[in-house]
Design a protein around this ligand. Structure first.
Ligand SMILES: [Zn+2]
Ligand SMILES: [Zn+2]
Length: 531
């Protein structure tokens, strides 16, 4: 008798990003992907968001292997953190994926902490942890992506082909989009035409890992005699990795330094840069706001946004586009030119895949809940029985035993935040304070405790706190000051001199006063000092 196989998604369900699925048998386990996500607006000051690894931390036997399907951050970004915190014996990926992941691990000083195993997508099944793994090449918005099939003693998980699949897991990102996703060739043709016909400089931004797209821009530029300047750290890094490993082809003399652009005519210039998501410190955003040392946007420039805003980034991207227009650039994007196609299959393609694989059970993954639900409906429409479609949350456990799948409880799952160098809890008081600060500002009340008759009046400092009207604000601050004084007198009479206690009284009563008067909840910060 062998143990059952447990499938435990710890991230990627009900969210875009954090893709991480544990597949284990007994005390041996592998991870399929190990990704991160980026903070949303309600997480001020947070740099990165990771899946919660609590389950892995406590799991006996550790992690045999992490299998990376491709090199996007939502699939590889959490690996350094899992390696540092828990340890991983083997990291599996295709050549380009390993190239990208090694450069990331190098930055974290973790290059020697695991064995790297290059995936061969044409080979026979190979032992990976307690399973036999087989790989099939798939098309995506980064080269060298693979689907993974795991043969286990209890059945086969997401095997593509005809020998029967007991459980299939598939990407749901575009499950709500009808039809099929257009070909990358369409974009290449549009880029060729636009770059050739542009009267002045062309500035193109895209995802820095979208090597095919970067190649399309380079090809189009070479075809009409333009030089290409690459701007932005991740764009330079990924293009270098891709060239070194033979995934990108650039003619001798095509690339120029941004500082050499002055020597060229405008219609001999293409700039390839980061910033497709409107990231504040990225090259394009800085160019748009005249904050870039080497490239300034000016009348006659054509800017191509060869990417789609990731959900949540729309406002930042639109701000950047508006700033570009203000500087006189012509801005082309997916709504007015064929300059972008998705890297994810749409509904008809997902249906076709389900029909071809014909899995006995199905779990939609990689998407917000509405996308998972749409994917489940597609599976149902091509004949997967409703009772065998598992729309799960992160932490839900599926068990595969002798070819059949069932739900069996759940494990701890969620997200943790990376903030500077520390990793913290999402319910952290720090985050609550930041939210409060950003909404209602802060009130600092400095009180001096004199051990004598002459007391200095408390001082009130307001930042980001603005009750209706300037006069009202001054009046309220005066009232806060007077009330603080009264509180101190009262406590003094009661013999209360302990700072913590004084501060807590001041905080509660002043916060209540401000709420009653102004219906605002600034962060009230009493500071008591002895003099
Ligand atoms: Zn991806
Ligand atoms: Zn992804």
């Amino acid at each position: 008798m062998s143990d059952v196989v447990r499938i435990i998604p710890l991230g990627g369900l009900g969210q875009i990003g954090n893709n991480l699925c544990v597949i284990e048998q007994g005390e041996r386990r592998i991870l399929i992907d190990c990704g991160l996500s980026f903070p949303r607006d309600e997480m001020p000051g947070v740099d990165l968001v990771l899946p919660d690894f609590a389950y892995l931390r406590d799991a006996p036997g550790g992690i045999d292997a992490v299998v990376l399907t491709h090199g996007h951050e939502d699939h590889i970004g959490a690996l350094p953190y899992v390696m540092r915190e828990i340890g991983v014996r083997e990291v599996w990926g295709t050549r380009l994926t390993l190239g990208m992941v090694k450069s990331k691990l190098d930055e974290h000083g973790l290059l020697r902490d695991a064995e790297f195993i290059e995936i061969d997508s044409d080979g026979d099944p190979v032992a990976c942890g307690p399973f036999a793994a087989e790989f099939a090449r798939v098309t995506h918005s980064v080269p060298d992506a693979v689907a993974v099939a795991l043969h286990t003693t209890e059945g086969t998980i997401l095997r593509l082909g005809s020998d029967g699949v007991d459980l299939m897991l598939a990407d749901s990102t575009n499950a709500e989009r009808p039809g099929i996703t257009q070909s990358e060739q369409l974009v290449a043709a549009a880029l060729k035409r636009i770059i050739r016909d542009a009267p002045g400089r062309v500035i193109v931004t895209s995802f820095s890992s979208h090597i095919h797209r970067l190649q399309g821009v380079i090809d189009a530029s070479e075809a009409c005699g333009r030089k290409v300047a690459v701007v932005g750290r991740s764009m330079i890094k990924n293009l270098n990795i891709a060239r070194n490993l033979g995934y990108a082809d650039v003619e001798e003399g095509t690339l120029v330094k941004p500082s050499d652009l002055d020597e060229l005519r405008d219609n001999e210039i293409t700039v390839l840069c980061t910033g497709s998501q409107g990231e504040p410190m990225s090259a394009l955003t800085r160019m748009a706001y005249s904050d870039h040392r080497q490239v300034q946007i000016r009348q006659g420039d054509t800017v191509i946004m060869s990417a789609k805003p990731v959900p949540g980034n729309e406002l930042a991207v639109h701000d950047t586009m508006n700033a570009l227009c203000r500087r006189g650039a012509r801005v082309l994007h997916q709504d007015n030119e064929a300059v972008h196609v998705s890297g994810h299959g749409s509904a008809e393609e997902l249906k076709m895949m389900l029909a071809l694989v014909h899995p006995k059970a199905f779990m939609p993954v990689h998407g917000e809940l509405r996308m998972l639900a749409a994917h489940a409906a597609l599976a149902e429409s091509v004949g997967v029985p409703t009772g065998r479609i598992y729309v799960c949350d992160n932490g839900d456990v599926l068990v595969l035993e002798r070819g059949s799948v069932r739900r069996e409880g759940m494990v701890e799952a969620g997200v943790v935040f990376v903030d500077g160098l520390g990793i913290g809890d999402p319910k952290d008081a720090v985050l609550r304070d930041r939210r409060q600060l950003s909404a209602d500002g802060t009130l600092i009340i400095v009180c001096q405790l004199h051990r004598g008759p002459s007391r200095v009046e408390p001082e009130v400092i307001a930042r980001g706190f603005a009750p209706e009207g300037a006069d009202a604000a001054d009046e309220l601050l005066d009232e806060v000051r007077a009330h603080a004084s009264t509180i101190l007198d009262r406590l003094d009479a009661d013999g209360v001199r302990e700072h913590k206690l004084l501060q807590s009284h001041l905080h509660d009563e002043l916060a209540e006063l401000v709420w009653n008067r102004a219906r605002k909840r600034p962060l009230v910060l009493p500071v008591v000092v002895d003099v």
